[in-house]
Design a binder for this molecule. Structure first.
Ligand code: MV4
Length: 498
């Protein structure tokens, strides 16, 4: 095992990786921006180095500065977390050239999967189903119209370098197609520096289902089951779960084996995710995420496997300690991403000081966070405060636990999307597992949310004013126990016989 690694990330995921290091007795090196000098992850690390000013372009994306620190500190490997440089093939190759292990797949694999056209053709080669379409780059309008005719409308025009919902457009008629092509080309050229586009059939109300894979450098590759991530807003996932409510042992085996075939075909090593769209009984390859994902925790809860520890093991060429037959899916896990954002103001980020904070706990609850009471959320990065995960023996218990955990969670000082989660969990279609990527629009979640958010805000205001008055001690206790203390009916039995 490595003696020391650098974590090229911040917040909860930096802590998540360092927790695995602590258990494996690996020393940790943090890098941080000037905005994060007091953040928890810098204190959790054994060593921490400031690498630049707050904007990520000048700190968390500064490849040279990070490699310099790794060399200076004697780190043998770098874990990139998610986001930032995690899927940057230039970063992976810079590590390789500096003699530092990149904890992830090779730079070639990252680069190959970064192009949707290359990824798509690799999947066809592996025999994995892809969305009906034309895998070639579209050069001119006449060819596009021909391709459109053969696939049938509606279509989706996608940038080959696209990601995060940027560089794609739905097209319903041939008239719209030419305009969509040039608009996506322009967006792709300015955002990704690559104007290559291709055309696929548009799937109207799919589910987003992904397979977690794990591969070592000895040719062993296995799948750790599935996750469903259909509940998302503007390409931001908000609720994820494992397994998908529609999953059967047969479908899991089918999709899992497809994902493993895909991974073996491209020479994948380390943890990764193969994303699929699922529609009307069929599944179609979408893309490969060559990193540890935000939602890996729900897979850990249902498999009992610590994915980050396995990432470290396979990165130093150890063999996977289990086979596919050892992998069992037990119970059901759900994750709600708790973000500092205002659900009553179009989910605008709500940075600032967390004045009172108490996370949920108790049976089956896992919270991964990088914050604490008194912490000031900086405005420069994403707005995630924590990942609230629950496990239950079945989906019904997991939902009940998540509702209970959301009830316990207290955050005062910044707005959060907790009311959003409470709303979704109260919708019958969610409870029935009837999910699609259009769930939020289809079920009027945002209008139902308004009522819940207003009443939650009142609860927070009561708690927060109690904190200001002379009765500080009681207020402190009630924060420690949670705002729900205000909801309890209290009876004084003094003087009665019992
Ligand atoms: C699609 C699609 C429907 N048909 N491709 C969104 C992110 C990008 N990586 C691919 N995406 C989609 N591709 C075809 N041919 C619908 C989406 C999509 C989506 C996919 C997964 C999760 C949420 C989504 C929300 C809107 C659209």
């Amino acid at each position: 095992m490595f003696k020391k690694i650098l974590i090229a990330n911040r917040g909860e995921i930096a802590i998540r990786v360092m927790r695995a290091c602590k258990e494996l007795d690996v020393s940790t090196v943090a890098v941080y921006s000037e905005a994060d000098s007091n953040a928890l992850f810098t204190k959790y690390a054994d060593e921490a180095y400031c690498i630049g000013p707050p904007p990520s372009s000048r700190s968390y994306l500064n490849i040279d500065a990070i490699i310099d620190v790794a060399k200076k500190a004697g780190a043998e490997a770098i874990h990139p977390g998610y986001g930032f440089l995690s899927e940057n093939s230039k970063f992976a190759s810079a590590c390789e050239e500096a003699g530092i292990r990149f904890i992830g797949p090779s730079s070639e694999v990252i680069e190959k999967m970064g192009s949707k056209i290359t990824a798509r053709s690799a999947m066809i080669e592996a025999g994995v189903p892809v969305v009906p379409g034309d895998g070639r780059a579209v050069e001119d309008d006449a060819t596009a119209i021909e391709i459109g005719e053969s696939i049938g409308y509606p279509l989706m025009v996608k940038a080959s370098a696209g990601g995060g919902g940027i560089g794609m457009k739905v097209v319903y008629t041939p008239e719209e197609l030419t305009r969509a092509l040039s608009s996506i080309r322009n967006v792709a050229a300015s955002t990704f520096g690559d104007s290559t586009v291709f055309i696929e059939k548009y799937l109207e109300e799919p589910r987003h289902i992904e397979i977690q894979i794990l591969a070592d450098s000895h040719g062993n590759c296995l799948y750790l089951g599935d996750r469903e991530c259909s509940i998302q807003r503007r390409h931001q996932k908000l609720i994820e779960e494992a397994p998908s409510p529609i999953m059967t042992p047969e479908l899991r085996k089918d999709m899992g084996e497809a994902a493993v075939k895909a991974a073996k075909t491209i020479g994948y090593v380390n943890a990764g995710t193969v994303e699929f769209l699922y529609s009307k009984g069929d599944y179609y390859f979408l893309e490969v995420n060559t990193r540890l994902q935000v939602e890996h925790g729900v897979t850990e809860l249902v498999t009992g496997i610590d994915i980050v520890k396995q990432q470290l093991r396979v990165a130093c060429d150890e063999k996977l300690p289990f086979t596919q037959d050892d992998i069992e899916i037990r119970g059901s896990a759900i994750e709600c991403r708790i973000n500092a954002e205002d659900p009553l103001n179009d989910f605008a980020p709500s940075p600032g000081k967390i004045r009172r904070y108490r996370s949920a706990g108790g049976p089956g609850v896992r919270v991964d966070s990088g914050v604490h009471m008194g912490y000031v959320i900086p405005p420069f990065y994403d707005s995630m405060i924590s990942k609230l995960c629950v496990w239950g023996t079945d989906r019904e218990e997991a939902i009940a636990r998540m509702k209970r955990a959301l009830y316990e969670y207290v955050v005062v000082g910044v707005q959060t999307n907790i009311p959003f989660h409470r709303t979704v969990l109260s919708i019958d279609a969610f409870v029935e597992g009837d999910l699609t990527t259009h769930f939020i629009d289809d079920h009027n979640v945002l209008s139902a949310l308004e009522k819940i958010a207003v009443s939650d805000n009142q609860r927070c205001a009561t708690l927060s004013s109690a904190l200001e008055d002379r009765n500080k001690k009681i207020a402190a206790i009630s924060t420690a126990v949670g705002s729900y203390i205000n909801a309890a009916k209290r009876h004084d039995m003094k003087g009665s016989d019992e």
